[in-house]
Design a protein around this ligand. Sequence first.
Ligand code: PEP
Ligand code: MG
Length: 585
Amino acid sequence: MTKTTQTKTYHAGPMLCMQGQGVVKGYAIGKAVVMGVTALEVDHYRISPETVSAECERLRNAMAAARDELRRLAETLPADAPRELGPLLTVHSLLLDDSTLIGQVCDLITHQHYNAEWALTTQGQLLEEQFAIMSDDYLRERGSDIRQVIERVLRVLSGTSGSAIHDLDTPDSGESLIVVARDISPTDMLRLRDGRFSAFLTDLGGPASHTAIVARSMNVPAVVGLGHFRGLVRDGDMLVVDGFTGSVLVNPSPYILDEYVQRQADFLRERQELVRLRDAPAVTIDGVAVELHANIEQPDEARLALDAGADGIGLFRTEFLFMNRRELPSEEEQFNAYADVVRVMQGRPVTIRTLDVGADKGLDEDVVVATNPALGLRAIRYCLANPEVFVTQLRALLRASRFGHIRILIPMLTNVHEVHEVRQALQAAKEQLMAHGHDAAFDVSLGAMVETPATAIAIEPFAETLDFLSIGTNDLIQYTLAVDRGDGEVAHLYDPLHPAVLRLIANVINAGERYGIPVAMCGEMAGSAELARLLLGLGLTSFSMHPQQLLDVKKEITGAHSTALRAAVASALNRSERIHLSALD
Ligand code: PEP
Ligand code: MG
């Protein structure tokens, strides 16, 4: 996907270096293509009182035209479009239908005599500010939906196409091109999926933004949150993108450009060498076989897992099927999604986690703001409090299990009685299916995410009653160290190597060995090549991670000696010492 640079000629503008957040690793060197009209560029003028009704009519017509465009887009979505796009287009259409929004904008035209564009951006900014102060991360990011809808109407008003990328509809010249945008809507992102672009840069967005999600699935380097970068760059400027550090250089000196050409070549060579490992077994030097599974958020990512040589799906985060929409997915929709993944994985195990909502992952219907959402009604607690939602999901999972090997994974279990309640719900789902003529041989295993210190410490009853365990280190670290995993202010305290965290992980792995049940890890720690030796030393033999990370981790495993690592890690843990990774090389 990454295009190499063939030319060293570059625009002679001033050199500039900007820092954003790298959300997809890799390097890109290419010419800037700056995306079109945004809310920042509209004309602001006052209209005469006689033209008020004509101006309101102009606004209504533009909104209707934007709605038509969205309808056409929804009807022509390609088969490989991310699943969330259909519902997202519906949300955008509903915003355009919102009579309150139209009324408020017309009020500004009528009483303040603003032109339609000015009235629309003023009202849009007000709404965006209301979203920006919401405490829920997910809802906060929904402010971008308002912005994207408003920019679509602005483009209609300005007579350009409804897409911000109309100016990019040029044939592929073979040149390396880098998109620079204020924000990229998911629909525009779709039109950019054709391999013409080497990187994506946006002023707005975070790691959970749609730009980041789609760029990750395209495996194209991306940097988001660049501030006012778009206003500082011109079409044709030479850009260097470092997706590792999040830095972007504009018109660098030939010396720096050479350096990055070299880094890009080294990176691509390393990736190519790694591909050779795809079909190699993940076995340590001393013969310990390790399973490498993939984490996915959308059914279509199962293909990436298979291409990377994954032994199965270790974590399917099903909540992404439930988010960004007004109605929950039906049993049928869920069944199709789960069955798709199972079929793609051709008999390999597929571990599907039941709905893990709450905290940073809210549903659109959630309006209650908990005082401490990370400790509130989330994950299995939400499901047990909403049995209809839970049992519907379980029915879909049981039906999909006919097509292969499904393992049901329960998030945030803390009490053994929750396991009993889950089993009752599972039984209810089976009985309902049987009452509707499905026969009884549903073959699923049941496992727990170990994400709270309580479960990791008192693990025995879980190991005794369940079929497998999977350690969710992202939450386990947050709850053990009392550090919010999404709060940049305390990020320096979020420490996977803290002795308390490592002891809890060791405790869970040891219990798995004693009770003879498999223990996997599906938190971010499992995808870090730097930590692979440490985890082997703790006795971990099943890792689950983003498909892109799989070969890096496999390389570490094939070069490691498990017995020696286990002895070194056990002795450090016994001495309560902080482990130094360099001591495990
Ligand atoms: C975890 O907590 O480690 C985990 C895998 O779940 P999530 O990141 O979805 O909370
Ligand atoms: Mg978790």
